[in-house]
Design a protein. Structure first.
Length: 299
């Protein structure tokens, strides 16, 4: 399979690409990463160690299909190499924002304590503050929307690193095309980088191979010291959570439905993000391997 590289190893494809920021799936900061939509504390961006710089411009992404009456439209502005504006929203067929849907707001807030009027601005603000999709916190009560935001904002960050201002179209909900879809990180974080392949047969995900490997190609699952240390701190190690995540995707068939592994929260979210990119690829039937020039920050 041919590896498409753009700008220091980036592969930007219209269906879906990702620059998993910060430490990708390799930094097991496994405390809960949820926050309330009312959080207003300023967040200072971490200093970057590896990963491509953002090029100035406005980058756009749109979902093609409506889901429960809405579809995502998203634009992100970069100036002087920084994200200055994040405008993520859900619009109905009349172009009206979900933030202005009073009935939806009331119904969701009664069930989850937050609504689009709160979580959409919170997510946009978080990206502007952190400059890092991976560092955007999941809003309590809006987990699925938060993961969706992280997925799409990472695609826009990758487009910005490549300077590709073509609108990214997401064929959300389309049937998966049979084939093998691959993704791998370029940069090592804590000695490891992610490699991931996903196989679709008969329109279903039949195999998920998410892993983290060192410079010798050795899996983190085989790192006895890492396993011992992480397990002592969080009750789970890569030998367990990697297998659980892969198994969960095959069983559930959708990244959003894969349960976060207790004690491996950050790695679980990273898995969901990369799995979402591969599902987007499968929706388009694009088997071009994705190489991610992932952003790694200094500790």
């Amino acid at each position: 399979m041919k590896m498409k590289k753009i700008v220091s190893g980036f592969a930007v494809v219209a269906f879906s690409t990702v620059a998993l920021a910060a430490c990708g799936g390799n930094n097991d900061k496994e405390a809960s990463s949820s926050s309330s939509a009312s959080s207003s504390e300023a967040v200072k961006p971490a200093e970057k160690e590896a990963g491509g710089d953002l090029k100035d411009g406005t980058y756009k992404l749109e979902e093609k299909n409506y889901d429960h009456g809405y579809r995502v439209v998203f634009d992100m502005t970069v100036k002087d190499g920084k994200i200055t504006k994040s405008n993520y929203d859900y619009l109905n067929e009349d172009g009206k924002s979900k933030q202005k849907d009073a009935e939806y707001e009331k119904s969701m807030k009664e069930k989850t304590k937050t609504g689009p009027k709160e979580y959409i601005p919170a997510l946009n603000k978080s990206l502007e503050q952190t400059q890092n999709p991976d560092a955007v916190e999941v809003v309590t009560g809006a987990t699925h929307s938060s993961e969706n935001f992280k997925n799409y904002s990472q695609q826009l960050v990758q487009a910005a690193q490549a300077g590709d201002t073509n609108t990214i179209e997401i064929d959300n909900g389309a049937a998966l095309k049979d084939g093998t879809y691959k993704l791998e990180e370029k940069n090592y974080s804590n000695g490891y980088r992610t490699v991931f392949s996903l196989t679709v047969a008969g329109g279903k995900i039949t195999e998920s191979n998410f892993d983290m490997i060192d410079k010798d190609g050795k899996s983190k699952k085989d790192d006895a010291d890492y396993e011992k240390n992480m397990k002592a701190k969080s009750g789970v190690g890569p030998k367990e959570y990697i297998e659980q995540l892969n198994k969960g995707l095959v069983e559930k068939g959708a990244p959003a439905d894969v349960e976060v592994v207790t004690g491996a929260t950050h790695s679980s979210h990273a898995f969901q993000t990369y799995a979402s990119q591969l599902v987007n690829a499968a929706e388009k039937g694009n088997t071009t391997a994705i190489q991610v020039d992932n952003i790694v920050t200094k500790k």
